[in-house]
Write a protein that binds this ligand. Structure first.
Ligand code: ADP
Length: 566
């Protein structure tokens, strides 16, 4: 630099990109518009991959899934007010699921917003975000951008992971400062998610309970999957012989056909277990809050969780093990002498017997579905199961009501973290976002198994899938309705639950391959061909409109008042 040359300058947009790069952010998921379009352009030009969506919820869900898969916060970029609110749905869902994610949103002029003078896309986004997220921060000066991004990443990924909102007003993105001062304001995080080691006494307390158990049970949740402690978990389960139940996103931590899996004797396992160790799984509605009669009222609970406040949220926790799953499992292995914990053979046999009975009962239903016409959910799903078996690296995304319940039980997982689904809220709309993230983050093929209703929430993203030419096959289980397609209507309009679409024709508009399948054999042929091509495809499976039940497995959650005419 010559003495008379003006000092080099930078601005807020450059500082955001520099701070993200400094912290190894490789991908942004977003929807552009005022005031973040140039931010996306600059990120792309600087070597960060930018994946552009058609709706911010989908971009957000993609960022959340990326966080779950990589243990690095997925970053979602949104515009002010409506774009921000659309993204907030995903950020709240990520927080609920304990996935690390940061939503960075542009916002309008603070001096106008705060006096409610009616600015373009006026909204107090910081206040709006706060109730739904782990933390919400706003940057007011370009020199604080590095601090804001460091703080957002640290908060999202450390302790119990969750969603963080980072508000960067348009004026800050455009603020020009001295380049050297700007560079000095950025930093790289050291150890963003430190290990959390449990106390020795707490570990011994849990070991004593497990050693004395007659009918011990391990429940693996998506926190266990997230922690990537696959070896430690397998080692613990196999050396102790304790039967285990995987929650849906923990399927594949151990292969689903593992002899210690109690999945096919689930009700019995919950009703009879006397000592239960929860590993990265909450005793929430998905586990009936740990209450009788679903659970043994005398059951004693051990809970492994990184969040101390999760303990005692539903049942007394006799042995809280606060720490990260990997550290806790290692401590359990270190502090229990070989053979100290040993699941009694009688209990294992009891479960195995019930499993065999249940599998035999199910076999008849599966067999009947193989040839049923019109095709049943279970007909299509068995075909998908067989093709997936030939493609163990494929990620499975799954949402719907019946499409979720039946696919979860029919399709076994062989590999950890390869199943992404509706999660803690039992939400619809995650499908295409999760599928895109799985493909982008791993490069592996993805099969999204979608109810026709669930698919509709994010269906437009098949355009993004085609635009980026991602190896995603979307399989729509189309029974022409929400829950079922045969509800009578009480007026001249279609029934509230009715739907009608040829989804296979949609993808053709974007250059993808569409299939319609009316038999399990057609489903299998189409899925095989689509996976072999490695390119975007959609298989619309014509399912019997009378197949399916109201709300799937969770019909009991519908309020019961005076019977509604149907
Ligand atoms: P599922 O729905 O599969 O039962 P949940 O989402 O209810 O699982 O539970 C996940 C739990 O895992 C949360 O309570 C969360 O705090 C915890 N968790 C997340 N990451 C870790 C980790 N690395 N170590 C320990 N616990 C974790």
């Amino acid at each position: 630099e010559g003495a008379d040359e003006p000092p080099a300058l930078t601005d807020g947009i450059h500082l955001v990109v520099d701070a993200l790069k400094l912290n190894d952010v490789e991908t942004l998921y977003g929807v552009v518009g005022i005031p973040i379009t140039d931010l996306a352009r600059l990120a792309q030009a600087s070597g960060i991959r930018y994946i552009g969506f058609r709706h911010e919820s989908d971009a957000g869900h993609a960022a959340a899934a990326a966080g779950f898969l990589t243990q690095k916060p997925g970053i979602c970029l949104t515009v002010s007010a409506p774009g921000f609110l659309n993204g907030l749905v995903a950020l709240a869902n990520a927080t609920t699921n304990c996935f690390p994610m940061v939503q960075i949103s542009g916002s309008s002029e603070q001096h106008l917003v705060d006096l409610q003078r009616g600015d373009y896309e006026e909204m107090d986004q910081l206040a709006a975000a706060r109730p739904f997220v782990k933390a919400a921060y706003r940057v007011h000066r370009a020199e604080d951008i590095g601090r804001g991004i460091a703080r957002a990443i640290r908060t999202a990924v450390s302790g119990r992971p969750g969603g963080v909102y980072l508000d960067i007003p348009a004026a800050v993105l455009g603020e020009v400062i001295d380049a050297e001062q700007g560079a000095e304001s950025l930093w790289r995080l050291v150890d963003p998610a430190p290990r959390q080691v449990p106390q020795a006494e707490a570990v011994d307390r849990a070991i004593d309970l497990l050693a004395g158990a007659e009918r011990p049970l391990v429940v693996l949740g998506k926190g266990a999957a997230y922690s990537q402690a696959d070896e430690q978990i397998r080692e613990f389960v196999e050396t102790t012989g304790i039967p285990y139940l995987p929650m849906s996103m923990a399927k594949g931590l151990l292969p689903d056909d593992h002899p210690q899996s109690a999945s096919t004797a689930r009700s019995l396992a919950l009703r009879r277990a006397d000592v239960v160790m929860l590993v990265g799984a909450r005793l929430n509605w998905l586990l009936g809050h740990g209450e009788a009669p679903q659970w043994n009222p005398q059951a004693t609970f051990i809970q492994v969780d990184i969040a101390a406040t999760e303990m005692d949220s539903n049942q007394p926790i006799a042995a809280p093990l606060v720490g990260d799953v990997a550290s806790v499992m290692e401590a359990l292995a270190e502090r229990s002498k070989p053979g100290r914990i040993n699941a009694p053979a009688a209990w294992r046999e009891e479960l195995a017997e019930r499993s065999a009975q249940n599998v035999a009962k199910m076999a008849g239903r599966l067999k009947a579905a193989e040839t049923a016409q019109p095709m049943k959910f279970l007909g299509a799903l068995q075909a998908i199961r067989d093709v997936l078996h030939e493609n163990p690296r494929a990620y499975v995304v799954n949402e719907g009501a019946n499409a979720l319940d039946l696919a979860r039980n029919t399709i076994g997982m062989q590999v950890p973290r390869h199943r992404l689904d509706s999660g803690t809220w039992g939400v619809m709309g995650i499908g295409m976002g999760y599928a895109i993230a799985a493909a982008v983050e791993t490069g592996d093929p993805v099969v999204a198994i979608e109810g026709d209703s669930a698919f509709g929430f994010s269906g437009m993203e098949i355009e993004a899938i085609c635009r980026y030419d991602l190896p995603i096959v979307t399989v729509v289980l189309n029974n022409s309705g929400v829950y079922r397609g045969d509800d009578p209507s009480a007026s001249d309009d279609p029934a509230p639950t009715a739907l009608k679409a040829r989804h296979d024709l949609m993808i053709q508009a974007f250059g993808g391959k569409g299939y319609q399948a009316t038999t399990p054999a057609e489903v299998a042929t189409a899925l095989r061909e689509a996976l072999a091509s490695g390119r975007p495809a959609l298989i619309d499976c014509v399912i019997d409109p009378t197949d399916g039940t109201e709300s799937g497995n969770i019909a009991h959650l519908n309020p019961k008042g005076i019977t509604v005419q149907r």
